[in-house]
Write a protein that binds this ligand. Structure first.
Ligand SMILES: Nc1nc2c(ncn2[C@@H]2O[C@H](COP(=O)(O)OP(=O)(O)O)[C@@H](O)[C@H]2O)c(=O)[nH]1
Ligand SMILES: [Mg+2]
Length: 244
C-alpha cells in the first residue's frame, strides 16, 4: 500500500498526518484565549500607525496616511501550548489631542506603547504630556499604572539623535523598558511587544483585570503572521532601561 510505502521510506503516512492534525485541532480548540488591549500613543507623525501596521500586517508604507478616528488592529500570539493571546493595538485619532476623548480611548487598556520620533526631539519632550494624560485616566484595578514601554522610532534614519536623559526619564516615570525601533526596517517591535505582554500577563495572573473590549469599533486586521527572528546585529542595538 502507498501509505506503508511512504512510512518505510521515512515519510509519514497520510493517515498518521490526519491523526496528528486532528489532535492539533482539538488542542487548539482547548487553548485558553486572552484579549489584551494596548494603546499606542505619542505625537502626530512619530510612526504609531506604521508600527501597528508593521506588527500586525508585516507591512510598511512611506506614503503618509492620516489616521481617522480611533482604530485598532489585532495580533494573535500563540504564547505557549496552552495559551493564545490576542493583542488589540489601539491607534489614537488623527490630530492627536488631549481631552475627554482619550479617556474613552484608554479604557480597559492593560499596556501602553509610548512612541516618539528620534529625528524630532520635540516629540520626546511631548512624551511626558502623553504619559501624564495616560496615568491620570487609566490604571490597574489595584491603582498601579499600566505597564508602559517607550519606543524611540525611526532608528533607521541616520540623522537620528537619542535623548541623553532617556534612562532617567524611564526610571522617574516607571517606564519598564525602551527600545530604538524602526517600523520601516522592522527593528525591535516584536521584542517590545513581547516585553509588554510578559508584564500584562503577570498583572493578569495577580490582579485578574477585566479583559473586556466592549468598546470595539472594528477589526481591521486578522493577523497571525510568523514573526521574523531579529538578526544578531539588530539584537546588539537593543537598549533596555529599567524594570519596576
Ligand atoms: N524612516 C522611517 N519612517 C517612518 C518610520 N515609521 C513611520 N515612518 C514614516 O513617518 C510618517 C508618519 O508615520 P505614521 O505611522 O503615519 O505616524 P503617526 O501619525 O504617529 O501614526 C510616515 O510617512 C511614515 O512612513 C520608521 O521607522 N522609519
Ligand atoms: Mg496615525
Amino acid at each position: 500500500m502507498q501509505n506503508n510505502f511512504k512510512e518505510k521510506n521515512g515519510f509519514i503516512s497520510r493517515d498518521r498526518l490526519l491523526t496528528i492534525s486532528d489532535r492539533l485541532r482539538v488542542a487548539n480548540l482547548h487553548k485558553k484565549e486572552l484579549n489584551f488591549k494596548y494603546v499606542v500613543i505619542g505625537d502626530f507623525g512619530v510612526g504609531k500607525t506604521s508600527i501597528i501596521q508593521r506588527y500586525t500586517d508585516g507591512e510598511f508604507s512611506s506614503s503618509y496616511k492620516v489616521t481617522i478616528g480611533a482604530d485598532f488592529a489585532v495580533k494573535t500570539l500563540e504564547w505557549d501550548e496552552e495559551l493564545r493571546i490576542h493583542l488589540h493595538l489601539w491607534d489614537i485619532a488623527g490630530h492627536e489631542r488631549f481631552g475627554t476623548l482619550t479617556g474613552i480611548f484608554y479604557r480597559h487598556s492593560v499596556g501602553a506603547a509610548l512612541v516618539f520620533d528620534l529625528t524630532r526631539p520635540e516629540t520626546f519632550k511631548s512624551t511626558l504630556k502623553w504619559l501624564t494624560d495616560l496615568r491620570n485616566k487609566v490604571h490597574l484595578p489595584g491603582g498601579q499604572p499600566i505597564p508602559t514601554i517607550l519606543l524611540a522610532n525611526k532608528g533607521d534614519v541616520t540623522t537620528n539623535t537619542l535623548p541623553n536623559d532617556i534612562d532617567v526619564f524611564c526610571k522617574e516615570n516607571q517606564i519598564m523598558a525602551w527600545y530604538i525601533t524602526s517600523a520601516k526596517d522592522n527593528v525591535h517591535i516584536d521584542d517590545a511587544m513581547i516585553r509588554l505582554t510578559h508584564a500584562a500577563l503577570r498583572n493578569h495572573h495577580s490582579l485578574q483585570f477585566p479583559l473586556i473590549t466592549d468598546d470595539v469599533i472594528r477589526l481591521t486586521t486578522e493577523a497571525d503572521k510568523s514573526t521574523k527572528e531579529n538578526s544578531a546585529e539588530e539584537k546588539e542595538r537593543k537598549f533596555l532601561c529599567c524594570s519596576y
